[in-house]
Design a protein around this ligand. Sequence first.
Ligand code: ADP
Length: 633
Amino acid sequence: MRTKQFKSESKKLMDMMINSIYTHKEIFLRELISNASDALDKLYFRSLTDNSVGIAPNDFEIRLEIDKDARTLKVIDNGCGMTEEELDKNLGTIAKSGSFDFKQENEKKDNVDIIGQFGVGFYSAFMVSDKVTVESKAFGSEEAFRWSSKGTEGYVVEPCDKENVGTTITLQIKENTEDENYDEYLDQYRISALIKKYSDYIRHPIRMEFTTKEPVETDDKDKAPEYRDVTELRTLNSMIPIWKKAKNEIKPEDYNNFYKDKFYDYEDPVRVIHTKTEGQATYSALLFIPKHPPFDYYTKEFEKGLQLYSKGVLIMDKCADLLPDYFSFVKGLVDSEDLSLNISRETLQHDGQLKLIAKTVEKKIKSELEKMLKDEREAYEEFFKAFGIQLKFGIYNDYGMHKDTLKDLLLFRSSNEKKYVTLKEYTERMKEGQDTIYYACGETDEKIEMLPQTDAVKDKGYEILYLTENVDEFALKMLGEYDGKKFMNICDDNLNLDSEEEKKALEEENTAAKDMFDKMKESIGDSINAVRFTNKLKKHPVCLTSEGGISLEMEKVLNSMPGAEQNKVQAKLVLEINADHPIAEKLKTLYNEDKEMLGKYAKLLYGEACLIGGKSVPDPAEHSALVCELMTK
Ligand code: ADP
């Protein structure tokens, strides 16, 4: 029989398992049980519509067998089984989509981490075994095959005899070493405790023959008591899914373990929502808000959705219709009595009951987040750092349909202590007479603080929201207003901080200098819409503002989107010049004495304004030549 090699990644993982010093080796049992349970589910589904399966619903089971003398532990299921190809494919390569990619990225990290972070599945058996044998007969097949491996050297697949459909996994348990006691995996009490700990909720019975000693009754009172072995078949798991148990029977770590096991996370969730709803829709839901996004969250591979059960039986692994996109980070499940078992994906979409459930699930998530925001601000802020961007997209998407649901869940850092603030908090502490919510955009808080306009707005005592993410301004534009207060970018040319008199004086000055501004605009060219004096700058000589709806930030974001090449948007920019800065006088003098120089100054000032506003200078070579010309003058 030819020995096949593992695919290289599998080999690495295998190697890691064999030499593992991982302290929770016991999880191998959970992994094998979980695979067996999946296999049972598959055949069970089939049995609903296919009489040829020939197994009654209650006869699907997992058996454990211990043979202390032979040092073997067997995990036996009468599930769907595997064909020769499947044995080769499933056990010769790492099937699990994400785990290995992630591992490679983090290769430098300790091996131990990886095991903890992901259910590494079948391979974990090698943490406790010298040899693993998998005998399997697939449903619908006449032949059975045996896969066996002693580790990294490779594996063998060969025909074998097996009467029933299903899979038997035999672990040749390692000998004890100085630091490790492997005998415990041959101990019926220990195995039974592990099942309780990790696999209690598995909905198929996990059974094992239990041998206990029973005193032999005798009439002879003087004889030492004698015992005989009594063997009985016990079901080790309660089979009650955790979400069906009474809440007061569930410990926080039960929820956490369940979450980590089912949803492949290495950290506890920040929130657990466990509800039972009766009435129009009758269902239980067990939802988790993760602490951090899964590694593929912001990729297109990510699939949102909740597991959907009908009376405790899984009918769909990722039911997307149960979660709106803006809450796509939520993991968990819904179990409803109202859904039929063999409902298809297509009919589900139109199922009124499901829609009703989705609606209440959404409400539950929202109110949980609100509660967290109110009672556990720090935790909420951490949550927001991880998933806030998703909420902001939620405001922006679907033409703003969900903005009212989400607006009070938003946080922004602001010029007040640079801490997070909600829109409600912002408006509540607005200065008297302030009717606008100010915000500024930039790559970082620091860059925003360097914007020339920032000082002027802060000086008036107005708080500024700091927008550092691409989606931010689009979300605010979509909101339009909050509590009757409009949003305004401090780089908008309409930023109106002046008193009536100041406004009037400025207007006069601008009218008087109109011809000068026209000349300046002419030499700068089309990139600018107008040039004018402003009062809104304190120490800076110039700034760029934009007229109309599109800000400089939005221009950047929109033009960086795929397909934007053909259809570039352009913010309507205004070059504003600080009327109180000496440069204003200088320009007036040049206008009267040296128009050519005025043109050069105009270009230079525009370049400066671009730099300060985070926009690239249109012609850096020309800009630098002009600077040098001035320097050497
Ligand atoms: P995962 O279960 O996460 O996919 P595993 O390495 O644990 O990864 O298992 C690989 C694959 O082998 C499973 O997806 C399944 O198709 C198959 N498999 C494992 N155990 C069994 C079993 N007892 N019965 C049928 N198929 C199994």
